[in-house]
Design a protein around this ligand. Structure first.
Ligand SMILES: [Zn+2]
Length: 342
């Protein structure tokens, strides 16, 4: 992409109130059957319009066709029993009742490929598509079959690779794997997490990205953040391994986070999606606040590799707050773009 500092979002955007309960994470659908399919496509058109009119350069589906960034993908696989549930601890942070892996996991059909084709047909801008990462997928399940986190992650990586190749063929420009679990399970990231991520991205000719964050602005995550101290150095462990990996882009959170900016230096050579919008507050950033984050990031990443972004998904926010934040992101990027070319 030739434009300097192309803007994008980390992933999800709020759904319209006629499709799902607003300002609620993982909210159930309000429609059914053919009406639901049509509703999802209409919502996708609306969030595309909002992104384009706010000046977002790399657009996405805003995850309008999925209820949950991990579960919706797994629901389309065989080998997982959603009726058989066990309580497990997610990312060492909160307990949840989760489905059980009861047999070999496999993908019976494409999951998001038709949605991606629909989005591709609506816009000429570059498209980014998010998929869950293998480690984050296994962390939302009880495994009664493989009885090995590594083995299950590897099987999911193979399935993700099948889906990713079809997304690429349907015209997706950047495939992003969401791996918030990379911020928690450091030993596993080293042992097999990076390898599983690379397996998921194997053979792709489009660009590949990984999003690692401190989670949506929900209470369990906000409480966890309070325990992390004055400086959040979790990325310090993972970034050198990603710098050595085959993944092209890394997405991280910077606005109002306690991540020391100089950790970006550990990614030198990679493209960096810098989170300049806080998704845990309704306060709209000023363009100058966005520009300030980008200027600081520019000390550690070359201008042609800096991608202004949001800290995480914006699904839990109201639609008007999300729109205003997108506009602030574009305006802030424009200020710095002007300084760079001036
Ligand atoms: Zn995130």
């Amino acid at each position: 992409m030739k434009k300097l500092l192309p803007t994008s979002t980390a992933g999800s955007l709020p759904k319209p109130a006629w499709l799902a309960q607003p300002e609620t994470l993982w909210s159930p659908w309000k429609l059914e059957g053919e009406e639901l399919n049509e509703g999802k496509q209409d919502a996708l058109r609306v969030v595309l319009h909002d992104q384009q009119s706010s000046g977002i350069d790399i657009v996405s589906d805003g995850e309008q066709t999925r209820q949950h960034f991990v579960t919706t993908f797994i629901e389309n696989l065989s080998g997982v029993d959603f009726e058989k549930r066990e309580t497990v601890r997610i990312r060492d942070r909160y307990d949840a009742s989760v489905p059980t892996v009861v047999g070999e996991v496999s993908r019976q059909r494409p999951v998001f490929v038709e949605d991606a084709k629909f989005l591709r047909a609506q816009t000429d801008r570059p498209i980014k598509w998010a998929l869950p990462g293998p480690m984050t997928m296994i962390d939302t399940l009880y495994d009664d079959h493989y009885k090995s986190r590594e083995k299950l992650a590897w099987e999911f990586a193979k399935i993700l690779n099948q889906e990713a190749k079809e997304l690429e063929a349907s015209g997706v420009d950047i495939i992003q794997f969401d791996e918030p679990a990379f911020n928690v399970f450091f030993d596993e990231v080293s042992d097999w997490g990076i390898a599983a991520l690379e397996k998921a991205a194997e053979g792709l000719k489009c660009e590949t990205a990984v999003h690692i964050c401190y989670g949506y602005g929900i209470k369990a995550n906000n409480d966890w953040k309070k325990t992390l101290g004055a400086e959040w150095r979790q990325y310090e462990d993972v970034f050198p391994k990603l710098q050595n990996s085959t993944i092209d882009m890394i997405s991280l959170e910077c606005q109002h986070s306690r991540v020391p900016m100089d950790l970006i230096e550990l990614l030198r050579g990679k493209k960096v999606m810098v989170g300049a919008i806080d998704v845990a507050t309704d306060t709209i950033e000023t363009p100058e606040e966005v520009a300030d984050i980008l200027r600081k990031a520019l000390q550690f990443v070359d201008a042609d590799k800096l991608y202004p972004c949001t800290n995480c998904g914006m699904a839990p926010l109201s639609r008007s707050v999300a729109r205003d934040k997108l506009t602030a992101l574009s305006a802030g990027a424009a200020i710095v773009r002007c300084e760079l070319s001036g």
